[in-house]
Ligand binder design. Structure first.
Ligand code: SF4
Ligand code: SF4
Length: 99
């Protein structure tokens, strides 16, 4: 039986996302904790939508556009409890209807 390779970027492109402008549903509570207390910066590796970005100076930025609401970032940040996580308001966020 032959297998067909899956291209994750292509699959993600099938999704649609409705941005709730100015009201991100996930927030880093204290940027200084990311900068000086978290060496692993797991959120920057685990997020399938690349919402978290490690900056050269050790800071971490978060842009929630495209978030798949998987919850991985919240689970991995339990050591520091530095993520405030909620679902987007109704009518916003990811739409999984196009794949
Ligand atoms: S895992 Fe948590 S504390 Fe560490 S960089 Fe990410 S948000 Fe910051
Ligand atoms: S919930 Fe999942 S997709 Fe959304 S920011 Fe966290 S890790 Fe990324």
């Amino acid at each position: 039986m032959s297998t067909v390779p899956v291209n994750v970027e292509e699959k993600l492109f099938q999704n649609r996302y409705r941005v709730d402008a100015g009201r991100p549903h996930i927030r880093i509570k204290d940027a200084d904790v990311c900068l000086s207390e978290c060496s692993a910066k797991s959120c920057t590796f685990v997020c399938p939508a690349s919402c978290y970005k490690a900056e050269g100076n050790g800071a971490v930025t978060l842009i929630t556009d495209g978030c798949l609401e998987c919850g991985s970032c919240r689970i991995l940040c339990t050591d520091h409890q530095n993520i405030e996580w909620d679902y987007p308001r109704g009518g916003h966020g990811i739409l999984f209807k196009f794949g």
